[in-house]
Write a new protein. Structure first.
Length: 205
């Protein structure tokens, strides 16, 4: 048996949801799920509960697209998921009904607009990076810096006077950063010794 499910959302607890609820009740919905949270969060409790509750053959009715999702990407993902599960989606304000050819066409347009928007953003980012590079702006991981303090603690570690854990904790760096510096120190310079306080440090052979 088909059940009409309503979902509404207000951004803050001080806002009034009565307008949305009235619109849904006029559609004879049998159950309404209400969230009082920002639409930017997909993990809204009542949204997730509604998605778990609704079944194949049911109809989800919303007052407007913005109540279900705050951006095209989230809206399309939710609608596509419901459609694949055999659930119709009706948005009253935009007059969308995914069970009709017109509704499916509108969703297709939304999808195309989202792809266009995403491609445009990516293109602007690439253009911005190109311009920045032309101005000498450096990108990527910063160059690894090896100072005297690191050399001193590195020597103590290599001489077996302290563990690697104790070494990178004393240096206040992560394990990954420590070994990256060790690799840089030994691999890049390929040297027989390093100078520390005018003393020679034998390196890894």
């Amino acid at each position: 048996m088909t059940i009409k499910i309503g979902y509404c959302r207000i951004s803050h607890k001080t806002q009034n949801e009565s307008r949305q609820i009235k619109a849904l009740e006029e559609q004879n919905v049998e159950k309404i799920f209400l969230d009082k949270l920002s639409g930017s969060d997909r993990n809204r409790p009542q949204l997730q509960e509604m998605l778990s509750f609704i079944r194949e053959g049911d109809i989800l009715i919303i007052e407007s697209i913005s109540r279900l999702a705050r951006n095209t990407k989230d809206f399309l993902e939710i609608v596509n998921d419901l459609t694949e599960r055999g659930i119709e989606v009706v948005s009253l304000k935009e007059n969308i009904d995914t069970s009709t050819p017109q509704g499916k066409f509108i969703c297709t347009i939304f999808g195309a607009l989202y792809e266009l928007e995403r491609d445009s953003i990516r293109q602007r980012q690439l253009e911005g990076i190109t311009i920045a590079k032309e101005k000498g702006v450096a990108f990527g991981r910063p160059a690894i810096q090896i100072d005297d303090n690191f050399l001193q603690e590195y020597k103590r570690w290599k001489e077996g006077k302290q563990t690697a854990v104790a070494t990178y904790k004393k240096l206040n760096i992560s394990r990954t950063s420590f070994y990256r510096k060790v690799k840089k120190l030994v691999g890049s310079q390929n040297m027989d010794n390093l100078k520390l306080n005018n003393k020679e440090i034998t390196t890894i052979s």
